[in-house]
Design a protein around this ligand. Structure first.
Ligand code: OGA
Ligand code: MN
Length: 202
C-alpha cells in the first residue's frame, strides 16, 4: 500500500504554507492494530526506557518536563508491522524532496508510550543550530481516542494554538526548527511512533 496522492499533497502543501500538516489514515486500522499487538507495545512499560532531555541526567528535572517511555527502532531488525510504517516514511521523504526541493535523507523513529497523566512540556525539537532533525513526524496509535481523554499535541503557531488529538492512524508532521509544541496530559495511556526526518543518514 502506498500513501494516497491527496495525503501527499496535503503534507507538502501544509508544510509549505503553514509549517505543519495533519493527515488521517496514514496507517490503516489493521496496520495500527498489528503494531499494537507487537510484544514491544503490549508490555511497553516493561520494555521501554524513560525518555531523557538533552544531556540532563537529573531524573527529577526530567520528570517535570516529560513523562514518556521510548524505544528506538532499529531499521534492520524491525518487525514487518513496523517496516510498513518505515517504508511509508521513505515514500514521504521522496515526495517532499521533490515537491519542496529539499534533500532529506533518512528518518529516526522511536516507539513511545505516555502513561496516563504524563505530558511533555512546551519545547522545540531542534535545540542546536547544527541539528539534523528537519521534520518531526508522529503517527498515533490510539483507537477510540476522544476529546475528553485529553492528550492533545498542542502546537504554538503565529496565528495561535492548534490542538491535534492523537487518534489512531493520524500523522502529524511539522518543521522541527520552527514549531514549539507540547503534549497535554491524558486520561489514558497514549501511544505513538515518534520520529524525525533528517538531512543526513541516521
Ligand atoms: C516529542 C513530541 C509530540 C506528540 O516526542 O518530541 O513532542 O504528540 N511528541 O507525541
Ligand atoms: Mn517534540
Amino acid at each position: 500500500m502506498n500513501i494516497a496522492q491527496h495525503q501527499l499533497d496535503t503534507i507538502a502543501d501544509g508544510l509549505a504554507e503553514n509549517g505543519y500538516a495533519v493527515v488521517d489514515h496514514f496507517l490503516s486500522e489493521d496496520e495500527v492494530r498489528r503494531i499494537l499487538q507487537l510484544d514491544d507495545f503490549k508490555n511497553a512499560l516493561l520494555h521501554f526506557k524513560k525518555a531523557g532531555i538533552g544531556k540532563s541526567t537529573d531524573k527529577q528535572i526530567n520528570e517535570s518536563i516529560r513523562g514518556d517511555y521510548i524505544q528506538w527502532i532499529d531499521k534492520e531488525t524491525a518487525p514487518p508491522e513496523i517496516k510498513v510504517y518505515l517504508h511509508r516514511l521513505s515514500e514521504l521523504i521522496a515526495f517532499v524532496n521533490q515537491a519542496l526541493f529539499l534533500s532529506l535523507k533518512d528518518a529516526e523513529v522511536h516507539m513511545t508510550v505516555y502513561p496516563e497523566g504524563t505530558y511533555y512540556k512546551r519545547h522545540l525539537d531542534q535545540f542546536r543550530k547544527d541539528d539534523h532533525r528537519k521534520l518531526s513526524v508522529i503517527c498515533y496509535l490510539n483507537e477510540g481516542w476522544q476529546e475528553s481523554h485529553g492528550g492533545q499535541l498542542r502546537m504554538y503557531l503565529p496565528e495561535g494554538e492548534k490542538d491535534v488529538l492523537p487518534v489512531a492512524g493520524r500523522l502529524v508532521c511539522f518543521r522541527s526548527d520552527q514549531i514549539e509544541h507540547e503534549v497535554i496530559a491524558g486520561t489514558r495511556e497514549r501511544m505513538s511512533l515518534t520520529g524525525w526526518i533528517l538531512d543526513r543518514i541516521a
